[in-house]
Design a protein around this ligand. Structure first.
Ligand code: F6R
Length: 614
């Protein structure tokens, strides 16, 4: 969470930093700030509570000139959002300014030790402790800033991506990372620094990704110098990031979320391209094919993920169990990593993450690797930490997802899982050719199917207006669509702040049906599948108790229509891909309810896009 940016070169640093911070605001938006070193060596900090726009207003009429600087947008962990807790933090003497993403777990011990040395603190953050620790080490050891950073970090327990600048030094930034992302953009005589390479793609496409435990000395006009915390030299590997600026803009939509819902036909085309071959309908996933023996010998597959990615994994469980006959478990990464789970060397652990940076999922990957399992990633952000920590994987390739509520990543994840299940099932001989070709064809047709499903927008928008009053919602689904119900409920909760619960429809009788009355709307996903008749009965039971029902059905359905108050028709596809289609009107429903309630859809309260803290 928190976004960090840095610049050293020939441009006005503040301009580069503000532009980067705007693109990083999805990572945190409760306060923002920047520090620059003026050409005469004076170090100045500008920061305030609020968004990057507030910081821009704050800077008006002030001198933030200089060609070296660092900036930060915050998602509070230690200390409430306030001017004092905003980054950058200055050291006691004002010599050093630091920005930090992550959590210093032993900051209390370090702070108490520094207090005995006469240090005082202006904020309640762990980050201010770190900048003072660096200064203390620098002064005690009379060493260079990079040596002081290295020594100070050896005393730190926790996660960090940091950047530090020093008064009087107009050419160097020292950066370091452990468990929080950091990319260095390489330009012509200039360097950029960011938590997310995409945020500075307008300036360069060449990036060096810092690895865990590495420190970089970034100096204007000099080659990058990267070393480990132990002082060993690290190679500098430049990678090209192919992204266009238009992928990072709203493209005429009011919100990124709406744009991302609407671009799903195209993002799924990108996800499928070259992986399901039109004509032959061959599925080619190099991550699976290169590790065929591993997949064929797998005793079990364990998905580890959080939030929306966890919901997609529940669909992955259905797909793999039914097509590959491999037992599957789906774990919240945060529970898995602390539970001392049984992991066998012939298990395959699949980490699913849009950002590729979720701290718990990354930690679960580390644990699975240690236990000897083969670890596979299904991620979106190219070059992020999880794909770099796994043995192999498949990118979903849906492009940058900027809206905090995940939409196109979910449909991309499920599509990749369907391709994997088809391929493994065929390799194992657990599905017949007819089924294989039917599903492969349906995957090829998914972009067109979603294009059709997007036409539900106006109808869902008017339904949303009718239900904006509700304080609670129930979402029901069965089989493949139970995870869709969970995902629909999560979408509503996170952006409209309406309480919503996703349930397997048959569980209603075991308690939740007591909640049903005229004030409790139920969204039922009732597309024709192996549990269709049963879902129909569950709808009847709600109806009989006076509940209002909005049903998602397939075109031409007239059975559900007899019981439901409102029906949203989506096109049909094979049962195992139905969640990719039926989630679309639920994405719209949450979006429109939230906008009618006046919520900030792209930046909902208390949330940040990448959860890089535990
Ligand atoms: C929900 C949402 C979150 C993320 C979760 C995992 O809309 O965005 O629940 O799905 O934080 O994030 P990733 O997939 O980046 O690991």
């Amino acid at each position: 969470m928190c976004g960090i940016v840095g610049y050293v070169g020939g441009r006005e640093a503040a301009n580069v930093i503000i532009s980067g911070l705007h693109r990083l605001e999805y990572r945190g938006y409760d306060s923002a700030g920047l520090a620059v070193i003026h050409p005469d060596g004076v170090l100045d900090v500008f920061k305030c509570k609020g968004k990057v726009d507030d910081l821009e207003r704050f800077l008006q009429g002030k001198n933030a000139g200089g060609t070296i600087g660092i900036g930060h947008t915050r998602w509070a962990t230690h200390g409430e959002p306030s001017d004092a807790n905003a980054h950058p933090h200055l050291s006691r003497s004002g010599d050093l300014a630091l920005i930090h993403n992550g959590i210093i777990e032993n900051y209390r011990v370090l702070r108490d030790a520094l207090r005995t040395q006469g240090f005082t603190f202006r904020s309640s953050t762990d980050s201010e402790v770190l900048v003072n620790l660096i200064e203390y080490v620098r002064d005690e050891h009379r060493c260079s800033l990079e040596e002081a950073v290295r020594e100070a970090l050896s005393q730190v327990v926790g996660a960090y991506a940091i950047a530090v600048i020093e008064r009087g030094d107009t050419s160097r930034i020292i950066a370091a990372r452990k468990s929080s992302p950091m990319a260095i953009g390489v330009g012509d005589g200039e360097y950029f620094l960011s938590s997310d390479a995409a945020s500075i793609i307008g300036f360069t496409q060449d990036f060096v990704y810092l690895n865990d435990g590495e420190i970089a000395v970034i100096e204007r006009g000099k080659p990058l110098h990267i070393m480990t915390l132990d002082g060993a030299e690290s190679p500098v590997a430049i990678q090209k990031l192919r992204l266009s600026i238009s992928q990072l803009e709203k493209g005429g939509f009011d919100h990124f979320m709406l744009k991302e819902i609407h671009e799903q036909p195209e993002t799924l085309e990108d996800c499928i391209r070259g992986r399901v071959i039109p004509g032959t309908r061959e599925v080619i996933l190099s991550g699976v094919l290169d590790n065929k023996e591993r997949f064929l010998a797998a005793r079990r597959i364990i998905f580890v993920a959080c939030g929306t990615s966890w919901h997609a994994s529940l669909i992955g469980e259905h797909l793999i169990e039914s097509m590959c006959r491999i037992p599957v478990e789906v774990e919240y990464a945060s529970e898995f990593r602390y539970r001392d789970p049984v992991i066998y060397p012939d298990d395959i652990v699949i980490a699913v993450s849009q950002s590729g940076e979720t701290a718990d999922t990354l930690a679960a990957v580390g644990m699975a690797r240690k236990a000897g399992a083969f670890v596979y990633g299904i991620c979106n952000v190219v070059g992020s930490s999880i794909p770099r920590a796994t043995h192999s994987g498949t990118y979903i390739h849906v492009g940058p997802e900027i809206g905090v509520a995940s939409t196109k990543a979910f449909t991309g994840q499920v599509t990749v899982m369907a391709m994997m299940a088809l391929l493994i099932g065929r390799l194992k001989g657990t599905i017949d050719e007819g089924y294989y070709h039917r599903v492969a064809q349906a995957i090829l047709e998914l972009p067109a199917t979603i294009r059709e499903a997007l036409k539900t927008a106006p109808e869902v928008a008017s339904l949303a207006r009718m239900f904006t009053y509700a304080h609670n919602f129930i979402y029901l689904g069965r089989g493949y669509n139970y995870p869709t119900a969970l995902e629909g409920a999560l979408k509503l909760k996170e952006i409209s702040y309406i309480h919503a619960e996703g349930l397997p429809a048959a569980e209603m009788k075991h308690g939740p049906i007591a909640l049903i009355d005229a004030e409790m709307p139920t969204v039922a996903i009732a597309t024709p599948d192996s549990t269709y008749e049963k879902t129909l009965s569950n709808i009847e039971e709600i109806k009989a108790r006076g509940g209002k029902i909005i049903a998602v059905v397939c075109k031409g359905d007239d059975l559900v229509r007899r019981s439901a108050d409102y029906c949203i028709e989506v096109p049909s596809t094979v049962e195992c891909l139905m969640p990719v289609v039926s989630i679309v009107p639920l994405q719209f429903l949450s979006y429109y309810i939230a906008t009618y309630k006046g919520r900030n859809v792209d930046q909902p309260r208390n949330l940040a896009k990448s959860v890089t803290v535990e």
